[in-house]
Structures are given as C-alpha cells and as structure tokens.
Design a protein around this ligand. Structure first.
Ligand SMILES: *Cc1c(COP(=O)(O)O)cnc(C)c1O
Length: 414
C-alpha cells in the first residue's frame, strides 16, 4: 500500500461514515468509554458544566455509563447524589480526605472495618487528624467522645467480623444533636436490609426522616456479586455535602473503568434475589453451628442472644417485614481448640475457599485473631478463635456436609 493510501485508510477508519440506526433499545445499556469528550466549539467547552450531570466534559468527570450506575445506586440506597470510586476502601478514604483537616478528630467504632482503622492510624494521623475509637454497643460512649474537634463519626451496622449490631438510630440522633457529620459504611445492609436515609422505620411523622449524612458502600460485595470487581460508592442527600466530596474526588483523580461499571450494572437486577438467598443459606448454616458443641458463640445479628440482636430486630424487621441480614456470620470456636487446629479445620474445607471479601457466588472462610484487632476484648464476646463465614450461592445442604467433614476431622469433641 502506498503511503497516501494508508493515510487515507487510517483517516477513513476514524471518520467512518456509517452510523447505526437510532432507537436501539435493549435490556442492557450501551457502555461508553472515554478519556476525551468532544466539544463542538471552544465556547461550548468553556460553558459546559459537569457538576450537575447536565453535560460531559472529560471521562474522569463522568460518562453516560457512570451517570447511569450512580442514579441506580441512589435509587437502591434512597440517596440523591452518588460518587463512584475504585474500591470500597477508596470510598472510606475519600470521605475522610474531603471532610477532615489538620486539627480535626474522627471517631470510629472499635469493630470498624480494619482498613478504615489503618487509614486513620497510618495515614490521617500524619496529616494532623486525630481519631478515637468508641464502643459500638454504647451510644453514651460515643456521646462522651464527641468534642468540639470532632468532625466525622463513622458508623457500621453490624461491625466487621464480630458482627455486633449497634443502636444505629440512637447514634445517628446523637450526631445530629451535636451537629457532627455521620457516615455509615453500608456494605452489609447494601440498601436492602434497612434504609440508611430513613432509619425511623414505618411511623409516619411530620419530622424529617432520621438519616445518615453519608452512606459509603463497597460495591465489590453484593452489587458486583461476582468476586471480580472492585468499586465503591459515596451517597448523600445534601447537595452542598455532595459537592464538597465531589471536588475532592475530582482533585484526587479518582475514576472507575467502564467495563467494571458495566459488570455492576449487569449484576444489580439480580442483587435482591442473591442477597435473600445468601441470607437464607447463612441462617441455615448458623443454626447448624449453634447445635455444635465446638461453637462457643454464634455471631449473627438475626439470632436470639447474638450481640445487638434487639437492635437488628428494631431496625431491620420493621423496615423489611421478616427482616433481612446479609450472608455473613462468625463463629467463636471454643478456646480449648488451639489456633493451629482451627486453621487446619479451615484448610480442610473444600467448598468454602479461604479468602477475603464476600458477596460473590463462592462461600468463603477466614479465621481472625480478634485480640489483635480490638483495643479491648469486649465483655459480650466469649474467648476463643473467631472464624468468619460468608455464604455464596451453593446449596446449604452441600455446605453443611463440607463443614461437618472438616469439623469432625480437625475439631473433635473431647
Ligand atoms: C469489603 C469492605 C470494604 C472495602 O471494600 P473494597 O472494595 O474491598 O476496598 C469496606 N467496608 C466493608 C464493611 C467491607 O466489608
């Protein structure tokens, strides 16, 4: 091919005359990928406003694909504005970086998602931002720890790993009374187990709904559902608060890939069914564990006697009738079994894979050394080795057979 022909071909491939017919409509939305977005004129470039999603300016500021997912997540969680970030942890970090300055203090529950504590200790502290840990089961402790320097309170329901369900409405009320912003890590509830922006339940009242200020969500878990996507969201109801978060998000250059957004958009329609199925399997397995003498304590908020069960009932049963809980629970294995034996039990499981995260199709198991994770060993937790299970989409019967064989092989009764 001559040079001139090649040039023509190259240009022709880019400025191709074919345009598909308009009006294509199908179950899944088209996927738009862009760094560059074209403007018809310089004047248009100077005028375009992206902050209210009325236009497009640059891939990092949003595409039809990201705007669509943001809107669907607002519907899911009952919020008004949404930001997408590359992981659940990035959502927690963006909230902190947008709202905290040197001299401010942050409060975290003692059972907070571990990496959120590590962010405060390892990163925010260096910026002159201090933090304190409060007892998630004692709203008075939270109230006592709020000072004039407190700018942000993190909430989690239930807490990571040990699964205590706090009195979320009481803690949100304390934050509102004291005028401190509260952000909920809503990964467990996922917008399904309770409404983060309407915690007061059914009772119709003239007062505005009791709502968290921010809901952060690891979309990596239930919204993705595949164990193959990392993404997070930050949802708000207050436009001024959203703008503050959005400007920080833009300045940090946080964006998400269109293929990942597509995967989440494709998984969202089945999320409710998956959540209910994984919840049911978790409860079946938890009930089985309760009958095993090796189980010193069952940590699942929907079970009588589990820490915070009454708070779970009050929030989740009124909001969703029968009451939903995610496919997640922990078992405190009796202290008479040494860690090495509990590890061997986990290793012997065949259907349960050893791995972090949850919400995907495959059931997972992780043993945790809780003593290293908490400032104080909580009175409501028995001593022992904690093992966390997350249920996938396998049959509960098969999962119980798997638990049974590993239990009898490695944690025999005396
Ligand atoms: C998994 C998880 C996160 C972090 O999500 P990543 O996408 O893995 O960064 C945050 N909070 C909770 C409660 C989680 O379970």
């Amino acid at each position: 091919m001559k040079n001139a022909d090649l040039s023509k071909l190259m240009t022709g491939l880019i400025h191709h005359p074919y345009t598909p017919p308009a009006g294509f409509d199908a179950p899944q939305p088209g996927v738009f990928k862009a760094s560059t977005v074209y403007f018809p004129t310089v004047a248009d470039m100077r005028q375009r406003e992206w902050k209210d999603k009325s236009a497009y300016t640059y891939g990092l500021h949003g595409t039809p694909t990201t705007y669509l997912l943001e809107e669907r997540l607002c519907t899911l969680e009952g919020g008004a504005q949404c930001l997408l970030v590359p992981s659940g942890l990035a959502a927690l970090a963006t909230v902190a970086l947008a709202l905290l300055q040197s001299g401010d203090e942050l409060l975290l529950p003692d059972n907070a998602y571990g990496p959120n504590k590590a962010l405060a200790e390892g990163q925010l502290r260096g910026y002159g931002i201090t933090h304190q840990v409060y007892d998630p089961m004692d709203p008075d402790d939270l109230a006592r720890k709020i000072s004039p320097r407190t700018r942000l309170v993190w909430l989690e329901a239930p807490g990571s790993v040990s699964m205590e369900f706090p009195d979320l409405p009481a803690m949100v009320r304390i934050c509102k009374t004291q005028g401190v912003l509260c952000a909920l890590d809503n990964t467990w509830g996922a917008g399904l187990a309770f409404k983060p922006f309407d915690l007061s339940g059914h009772a119709p009242s003239a007062e505005p709904a009791l709502a968290v200020d921010i809901s952060a969500h690891a979309l990596t878990k239930y919204p993705s559902g595949g164990g193959d996507v990392l993404m997070g969201s930050i949802i708000t109801q207050d436009p001024a608060l959203h703008l503050k978060l959005k400007l920080c998000h833009m300045r940090l250059g946080l964006g998400v890939g269109a293929n990942d957004v597509e995967a989440v958009l494709r998984a969202l329609p089945s999320m409710g069914l998956r959540y209910v199925a994984q919840d049911l399997t978790a409860r079946t397995l938890a009930a089985w564990w309760q009958a095993q003498p090796q189980c010193a304590q069952l940590l699942h908020p929907a079970f009588e006697g589990a820490p915070g069960h009454g708070h779970w009932q009050a929030l989740c049963e009124t909001q969703t009738g029968q009451g939903l809980a995610a496919g997640l629970f922990s078992v405190m294995i009796d202290a008479r079994y040494p860690q090495a034996q509990v590890d061997a039990f986990c290793d012997a499981l065949k259907l349960f894979k050893i791995g972090y995260s949850w919400g995907g199709p495959v059931s997972l198991v992780v043993p945790y050394a809780l003593g290293d994770m908490r400032q104080v060993w909580p009175e409501h937790l028995k001593r022992g080795t904690l093992v966390r299970f997350s249920t996938g989409l396998e049959s509960a019967e098969d999962l119980i057979l798997d638990l049974n064989q590993a239990l009898h092989a490695h944690l025999p009764l005396p």
